[in-house]
Design a protein around this ligand. Structure first.
Ligand code: SF4
Ligand code: SF4
Length: 210
């Protein structure tokens, strides 16, 4: 199995293999080219045959729309779904997406199941959203609240009248990637993000701050 950068020609070839060919997609070539220009897409090739083109279209700063094209007989190929999952997460981090969303027809439970496998969560129903008037479901992946700034793992100085000051001294258990090296065995004095939020000790920008 090979994963390569997506090219517009891949998308066009994939649409040609859909029932009805390119006829059902009047703006196909333009759309396929735009998807290539964004550089946010990939193609999976299995035994010399394209089996998946997928990617993200940037809708606005930090928010993207996931898309995927696959042949109708995709079930005959044993593609490990982790490939798409890892690649999608990688693109989200690399290109700073805080949210990627996707819609799926309400009468296509297999598609919804695949989105769930990829980590998408259902957010609601979009009535009559499809071209033929069928409802859709809206799904999204929202990035974790923690941006790994590591600031909650800097020691604090407790001053007079309860005023606390964050020092530049980091906890020795904090790795250079701002992860905790003893997460499952943290010492008693280590506070959870929730406790820190209650005490208003979290920095601006932290997703756990209230
Ligand atoms: S301060 Fe918030 S964003 Fe930063 S590492 Fe801690 S939990 Fe994550
Ligand atoms: S023990 Fe882990 S979570 Fe607690 S302050 Fe240190 S690095 Fe952070």
């Amino acid at each position: 199995m090979e994963i390569r950068n997506y090219k517009a020609a891949d998308g066009v070839a994939m649409l040609e293999r859909q029932p009805g060919g390119l006829k059902g997609y009047p703006d196909a070539e333009k759309w396929c080219k735009e998807a290539e220009q964004d550089g946010l897409a990939f193609t999976v090739v299995y035994e010399g045959k394209m089996v998946l083109c997928a990617g993200i279209v940037r809708e606005r700063e930090g928010v993207g729309l996931a898309w995927a094209l696959y042949p109708t007989d995709v079930g005959n190929y044993h593609i490990d779904p982790r490939i798409a999952k890892d690649r999608l997460r990688g693109l989200m981090v690399e290109h700073n997406f805080r949210r990627v969303q996707a819609t799926v027809r309400a009468d296509f439970p297999a598609g919804a199941g695949y989105l769930r496998y990829l980590g998408f969560k259902r957010e609601g129903r979009m009535e009559q959203n499809e071209p033929d008037g069928t409802d859709s479901f809206l799904y999204a992946i929202v990035r974790d609240k923690c941006l790994r700034c590591g600031k909650c793992c800097h020691f604090f100085f407790y001053g007079k009248e309860g005023i606390t000051t964050r020092t530049s001294t980091k906890c020795p258990n904090l790795t250079k990637d701002n992860l905790c090296s003893v997460y499952n065995h943290r010492p008693d004095w280590c506070m959870s993000a929730r406790q820190m939020a209650e005490l208003r000790l979290l920095p601006e920008g932290c997703g756990y701050r209230r």
